[in-house]
Write a protein that binds this ligand. Sequence first.
Ligand code: B3K
Ligand code: ZN
Length: 855
Amino acid sequence: MTDTNARILADYQPSDFAILSTELEFDLADQATRVVNKMHIERITDKAQPLILDGEQLKLISVQLNNIELSESQYQLNETSLTIDTEAQDFILTVITEIDPLNNTALEGLFKSGDAFCTQCEAEGFRRITYYLDRPDVMAKFTTKVIADKKQYPYLLSNGNKIAAGDLANGKHFVTWQDPFLKPCYLFALVAGDFDVLRSSYTTVSGREVALELFVDRGNLPKAEHAMTSLKKSMQWDEQTFGLEYDLDIYMIVAVDFFNMGAMENKGLNVFNSKFVLADQSSATDTDYFNVEAVIAHEYFHNWTGNRVTCRDWFQLSLKEGLTVFRDQQFSGDMHSAAVTRIQNVRVLRAQQFAEDAGPMAHPIRPEKVLEMNNFYTLTVYEKGAEVIRMIHTLLGQDKFRQGMDLYFQRFDGMAVTCDDFVDAMADGSGIDLSQFKRWYSQSGTPELIVKESFDKQQQLFTLTIAQVNKPSKQQTEKQDLLIPIKLELLSDNEKTQHLITLSDSQQKFEFSGYSVKPIVAFLSGFSAPVKVNFPQREQELALIMVKASDAFNRWDAGQQLLTRYIHALVQDADFTLPQDLVVAFKQILTLPGDAALKAEQLTLPSFDELVEQFEQIDPIKLLDALKQIRLFLAQGLASEFHQQFQRLSGRAYQNDGQSIGERALKNVCLAYLSHLSDYQSLTVNQYQNADNMTDTLAALHYQALTASARFSEQIKDFEQKWYQTPLVMDKCFMLQALFADESIFNKLAVLEQHPLFILKNPNRARSLIGAFSHNNPRYFHCLSGRGYRFLAKHVAALNDINPQVASRLITPLIQFKKFDSKRQAMMKTELVNLSQLSNLSRDLKEKLDAALGN
Ligand code: B3K
Ligand code: ZN
C-alpha cells in the first residue's frame, strides 16, 4: 500500500495535551444539531506544539479560548482538523459545531435510526460530532446536556448518572448526565427518542443495586425479556468467574434498526443493533437467541476489558476485543454445551479467519499499519485474538490465568494500555514466561503443523515429531517460530492419557514411553492453537478417534477430517467411489445415545468456505459438485435412519431449553439431507406449514431455497405477507430468497432490488440480500457469466457513497479472488479494478482494493 496517510504503530507518540473534563451540550435537530463542547485542557509535555483537534464533516460555528472568541486568523481549519496555536498551559476551549444527523448515512458520529437520534463513536466517530483529541489514550470526565423536543424525544440518554432534568421553552426539555469514570471519546454515547422500556434491577455481589433499562421500539417489549435475562446472567458470571462487579448505578441498552455492526459498549449506555436484542419464539431462531445472549454478554464484559482498562491506540484493539471475545466464548460455553460452543467457534475461525489470514488483508492481531481503522474490526483481531488469549489460558491454567487477570486490573485500572502490558501482567501474575509467546501478536498467517509419528516396539517408545511452518507472506517475508500449546490424547487399548506439550522450535520431538502397542493420537484437543494440522493418520484411526477420544472437539474433528478427505478425492476424480464405511460411521453417530447438539455438528459437512481454505486454488463449481455428491451419498445411504430420527423429533411443542434446542438442530440436520431426495420433498413443505417456532420455519424455507424447490415461491410469499411489518424477519425473508440455488436467481435478485422494503441505507437489509447472495450462494456468485460478481460490485459501488463501512465489509468475497481458478480470478479482478476507479472512493474501500490489487 502506498498511501501516505496510513498510520504506523511504531510512530506512536503520547498526546501533548490532556483533556481534564469535557462538557457537552446538544441541541438536537434533524439537519442542524448544535453541539457546544467545553474542554478543560492541560499541556502535559514541555514541547511547544500547537493543539491539533480532529474533526470531519463538521460546520464550525465558533471557537473560544478562556471565554474569548477566536478570530479566523487565530486557528487553522481543514477537512480533518482544527489547529490552535497557543502557548497556554491550562485553558478552557469551547468549540461550537453544527452537524446533520439526518443525512449521516455512514452511521458514524450522531445519526438518525428511524425516529431516534443515536451515536456510534468507535473507532473515530466522535470527530464527526465535535473537534476533539479523538484517540483512546486521551481520557476525560464527561458531562452531557441533551436538549430536544419533549413530545418527539421523551427519552434523552447519555453515559453515567442523570444529574438534572427539566422543561424548556418551545416544547423542549433537557436532561444532563455525568459519567464519573474517565473515558476516551469513543465510549461516548447519546440517544434520544421515544421507546418502550423494560426495567429491572440487579444486586451486585457486594450488595449494590443497579437499575437495568432496556429501550426498544414501541410494541417490542415482550421481545426484550431474553436480552434482560442474558444481561443478568452476564453480570453474575463476571462476578463469579473473574470477580468483576459492575460500577455504575444504571446500565442502559438501546436497540436500534440502523447500525453498522452488532453493538457498542459505550459506558453505561450500550447501543445495539436490534438483531441482537429482540427475540421471541415466533420471530427468532435458536441461533438468534444464542447470539443475543452472547452479544449482550460481550458488550457487558467490555465494561472491564475495554472501558475500565482501555487501549492506548487502535493498533492495540485486540487488547480489548480478543480478550472480550474469549470471555464471551467462555460464558457461552458455561451457559450451554462447552463442546458444541467450541466446535462452532472453530468452524468460524477455520472458514473465515483462516481465509482472511491468507488473503490480501492479512494482518497480525496487532496490526502495524492502518489507513481506515474500521477495516481492522476483523476476524483476525477478534477471533484469532480470542484464540491467542485462550492459548495463554491453556499455558497458565485456570488459576494462574485468574491471577494474571487480577494483576492486570490492579496495575491498569483507569488506564489506556498496550497488548504488551497485558501479556506482561499475565506473565508476572502467573510466574510463567511469555516472552516468545508475544510473537503471536506481531505475526500474521496461520501456522501449519507437520506431524509425524514413529514407534519403537522394543523400547516401548512412541515419538511425535512436530514441525511448525510459518509461511512468509507479502506483508511479512520473514516469520519466526511461535510458542504453540498442543493438547493431545494418546489412545491405547487399556488407557487414555492426556498431555499438554509446547512447541517452541521449528521442529521438536516428543517422546512417550511405556507403550507396547503404538497408541493412536487425538491431536490438538479442544483446538488448543489456531493452526492447520498436517498429520496423515489412517482412516481407521480417524474412525476410532471419532468414537473413543475423550475430547468432543477431537471426536468431531476426526469425522470432519474423514469427510474432507473424501471431498478432496471427489474434486480430483468425480468418479471416486465413496466407501460404505462412511455410511456406517454416520449411522453410529445418528443412532447411538449422545448429545443431540453434538450429533448435529458431527453430521454436518464442512462448509464451502472451510473447504476453499484447504486448496491453493479451486474451481468453485467442482468443489460444490463434490459436496453435493457426498451429501447425496449420505442422504441416500441413510434415508430411512434420517427419516426415523426426523419423525421421532418432530411434532413436539416448542421449548427453549438446551436439550430441546439440540434436538431441533439434529432434526433439522436430518431434514437437510432428506430435502435432497425426491421422495421426501413434502417434509419441508409440511414443516413450514406446521412449525410453531422460527427455527423450524426458517429451516424448512432454507432447504427449499438450497434445493430450488418448486414450492419455495409460494411459501416464501406467505412468509413475507405474515412478517411484512417485522424488519428483523424481513431480513430473513430477503436472505432466504438470495440463497435460491437456480439460474433464475438473477431475475429474483433484480425483482428484490426493487422491493419497497429493500433499503440499501439499512445495513441489516443490505447484508441480508447482497451479503447473503455473495457469501452463501456460491454456485451463482461464482457462475461463469460473471453476473454474480457484477451484482456484488454494483452494490459495493452504491454503498461506497452511502455507507463505506458496510461497502468495505461486503467486498470480502471479491478480494479473496486468488483462491479461485484463473478465469474467475480475471473476472473478479476486473470488478475490483472498476471499483478502484470510482471517483469518490472511500478510505475504507481504497485500503482493501490497494491490498487486493497489489498497489
Ligand atoms: N467495539 C464495538 C465495535 C466497534 C466497531 C467500529 N467499526 C463492538 C464490540 O466489539 O463490542
Ligand atoms: Zn467487542
